[in-house]
Design a protein around this ligand. Structure first.
Ligand code: NDP
Length: 330
């Protein structure tokens, strides 16, 4: 059995040398416990924050310990009355082949209802982040104009489609030709910007949003945030979900130079963390299942095979050409 440990803390862009693939014995389930074989592991940008030794809303990963994170696995053997062999479970046990649980922090998932991997993507944490950020934090209303950054990613791709379902005009930003094609053809956005080919993002947004932006769903921060603030309408809302453009900075980047516009425009700029909004989970599960069944939401997963490829899948979040949710299949 193998586990991926954090070997050293990255300085700037993470590299393979920051991780170690370690062989360990398969653990044994004691009384009231069960043994799980992971089949899917989640690869997420927030993990970069946990690789730093810094105060945050989640504690840092410990050196020499497993990279914790979302995973879905099958129970191989159970001594627990509520869990049976063959059950599929979602947990935060992270990048490892096998683990033993006692039920705490473990949720059963029904793989006859939806594919196991979808509980880490569209029906899981990233889908829920899109739902909470757009509807609760962004307080989206029909007919508004929405701008979404990192729009082809796990969160962004779902944000774009929920906004279309809600009758909004959607402007998406992403970093490659194929992602722009997908956003237009599959996600049905109204306009898509390849930010790598645009010199002046603010001017591009002005051109594409002559009536301004009502909601900006920010996954990127930096220049995207600055350009969005320029084009926001009065009483607009910015849902601050992530700021991936700065996660690997060794020196903090300067903030947007136009923050004063928040005042005159009476903007509401609000950060959020999805796990604070568990009360919305049942409504999210119901809406998302209906949207999937009726063909209103589609999603992509970029799958790396083998636990040893998890570090590369993670590095690719920052510089690769991944579509939708990044996952590792074991
Ligand atoms: P994604 O699937 O969107 O993967 C990251 C993507 O970000 C990349 O594919 C890349 O796409 C884009 N990107 C990477 N570097 C840059 C850069 N320097 N400038 C602009 N874009 C960049 O990840 P997720 O959907 O899982 O997460 C999206 C954001 O949401 C992240 O910031 C994450 O931290 C945040 N998040 C927040 C949560 C919360 O509770 N607040 C929960 C989950 C995620 P491209 O080719 O388009 O550049």
């Amino acid at each position: 059995s193998y586990e991926i440990h954090l070997k050293s803390r990255p300085d700037g862009m993470p590299t393979q040398a920051n991780f170690e693939c370690v062989a360990v014995p398969i653990p044994e389930a004691g009384e009231g416990e069960f043994l799980v074989k992971n089949e899917w592991m989640s690869v997420d940008p927030y993990m970069r924050g946990r690789m730093k030794d810094a105060d945050s809303y989640v504690p840092p990963f410990a050196l020499g310990e497993v990279m914790e994170g979302g995973c879905v696995g099958r129970i191989l053997h159970s001594n627990h009355s509520d869990f049976s062999e063959g059950d599929y479970v979602l947990s935060n046990q992270g990048w490892r082949d096998h683990w033993v649980g006692n039920g705490q922090g473990v949720l059963k998932v029904d793989i006859d209802q939806a594919p196991a991997s979808s509980y880490l993507s569209v029906l899981g944490m990233t889908g829920m982040t899109a739902y909470v950020g757009l509807l609760e934090i962004g307080a989206l209303k029909a007919g508004e104009t929405v701008f979404v950054s990192a729009a082809s990613g796990a969160v962004g791709s779902i944000v774009c489609q929920i906004a279309k379902i809600k009758g909004c005009r959607v402007i998406a930003s992403s970093g490659s030709k194929s992602k722009i094609e997908w956003l237009k053809q599959k996600a049905g956005v109204d306009e898509a910007i390849n930010y790598r080919e645009v010199d002046d993002l603010s001017a591009k947004l002005r051109e594409l949003c002559p009536d301004g932006i009502d909601v900006y769903f920010d996954n990127v921060g930096g220049d995207h945030l600055e350009a969005a603030i320029d084009q926001m309408n009065e009483f607009g809302r910015i849902a601050c979900c992530g700021a991936i453009s700065g996660y690997n900075d060794t020196n903090p980047s300067p903030g947007p130079s136009n923050l004063f516009k928040i005042i005159g425009k009476r903007l509401r700029v609000q950060g959020f963390i999805v796990r604070d909004h568990q009360a919305l989970q049942p409504q999210f599960a119901k809406d998302m299942s209906e949207w999937i069944q009726s063909g209103k939401i589609t999603w992509e997963e970029t799958v790396s095979e083998g636990i040893e490829n998890a570090p590369q899948a993670f590095i690719s979040l920052f510089e690769g050409d991944k579509m939708g949710k990044a996952l590792v299949k074991l």
